[in-house]
Design a protein around this ligand. Structure first.
Ligand code: SAM
Ligand code: DTB
Ligand code: SF4
Length: 373
């Protein structure tokens, strides 16, 4: 058989450049909307190929973090997010019963179960406009939950709505690793998603979280009726924040009966793959989370999402109010794809230490493990 000469096919460039001419894997905060739109429009497999290369420059591609969500205060929310099961505005139609804030012991028991099942991040959600809406006692209780989950050696994340800078500092002092506050969609389309708050309110909370030294978890939802240009615009906002969010969840709309968006068509699996690939190239060091909507994805689509750079999923039988993938099914998926859990507190790749200042003791082991492959 004739040998194939590959010498002329190898790239002579020391720096691997993407279609935009930027160094692949470089951390940039000055992406333009036009560049991101062009990236969004690339042939999917070319995009995924570049994203997979960026992924390998900053992450161990075999590691996918298991995270567990718990709705610690369900329903009765005064906000009007049109996708959400928990707004009190359509409680007559969703039939979702508002519950009280859970007790500390019950939450810690759930966190322990999550840890036993391999989760390294525990995220607590409240259907609040923000802690200012409730009495100080309730916020204190969330601070106590935060302290106790942190002591268990898990990353602890909360999503409590809008924060004041003082509340962000209190959460930091309690040991909170990350705060989730999504921009959901583009600034241009946001008015179609909710009118009870402004995009700027979201950006202010994100800035308060960053200033308090808590790591930022901020992403969006696909399938709210937006155009592809809105998806590119959201990605541009995220990738041009003064620092990239350490965590970017990409959700597919889960249409919930009784909500204004109940009849919207969720994005396709390949729409999710494309969004993940774009997020990976724009924010190379970030943990990109394949979030809501995974329950409707085939193993093959999920595999493409991991190839495109997703390195986190939610595990456990429930997200906040909607069902999640079965445990057995997820275990099988990890096994089939050769994936392993990502430990807690892997340093944020762009800036050495994770932004909560904690050390990751598995680092040496991780290096050996990674180089042994
Ligand atoms: N109330 C807080 C807030 O809005 O920031 C925290 C909880 S809220 C439910 C957390 C995030 O879940 C939202 O920002 C949204 O991105 C996502 N989410 C909520 N309902 C969803 C749905 N039906 N489908 C997909 N994502 C959803
Ligand atoms: C995020 O971006 N997705 C998670 C988490 N952050 C809080 C929530 C998904 C919720 C899906 C709908 C539900 O279960 O109510
Ligand atoms: Fe409330 Fe959050 Fe749901 Fe909006 S997404 S209605 S703020 S719980």
């Amino acid at each position: 058989m004739k040998a194939v000469d590959v010498s002329s096919a190898a790239s002579p460039d020391a720096v691997d450049r993407s279609a935009s001419g930027r160094a692949l894997g470089g951390i940039y905060n000055d992406w333009t909307k036009d560049e991101v739109r062009a990236m969004y429009a690339r042939p999917l497999l070319e995009l995924v190929y570049d994203a997979a290369r960026v992924h390998r420059m900053h992450h161990d591609p075999r590691q996918v973090q298991r995270c567990t969500l718990l709705s610690i205060k369900t329903g009765g929310c005064p906000e009007t997010c049109n996708y959400c099961a928990q707004s009190s505005s359509w409680k007559g139609e969703t039939k979702l019963k508002a519950e009280k804030l859970m007790g500390v012991d019950e939450v810690i028991a759930a966190a322990k179960r999550a840890k036993e099942q391999g989760s390294t991040r525990f995220c607590m959600g409240t259907a609040w406009r923000g802690p200012s809406q409730v009495g100080q006692g309730q916020f204190e209780r969330v601070l106590e939950m935060t302290r106790e989950v942190k002591e268990m050696g898990m990353e602890v994340c909360a999503t409590l709505g809008m924060l004041t800078p003082e509340q962000a500092v209190q959460l930091k002092e309690a040991g909170l690793t990350a705060y989730n506050h999504n921009l959901d969609t583009s600034p241009e389309y946001y008015g179609k998603v909710t009118t009870s708050r402004k995009y700027e309110d979201r950006l202010n909370t994100i800035a308060a979280v960053r200033d308090a030294g808590i790591s930022v978890c901020c992403g969006g939802i696909l399938g709210l009726g937006e155009e592809e240009a809105d998806r590119a615009s959201l990605m541009t906002v995220l990738a041009t924040l003064p620092e990239h969010p350490e965590s970017v969840p990409i959700n597919a709309l889960v249409p919930v009966e009784g909500t204004p968006f109940k009849d919207l068509k969720p994005p396709s699996g390949l729409d999710m793959v494309r969004a993940i690939a774009v997020a990976r190239i724009l924010m190379p060091a970030t943990v990109v989370r394949l979030s809501a909507g995974r329950i409707n994805m085939s193993p093959e689509t999920q595999a493409l999402c991991f190839m495109a750079g997703a390195n986190s999923v939610f595990t456990g039988d429930k997200l906040l109010t909607t069902p999640n993938n079965e445990k057995d099914e997820d275990e099988f998926l990890f096994e089939e794809l050769g994936l392993e859990g990502r430990p807690a507190f892997v340093p944020y790749a762009a800036g050495a230490a994770s932004s909560d200042g904690s050390e990751w003791h598995g680092h040496e082991h991780h290096k050996q493990h990674a180089s042994a492959k």
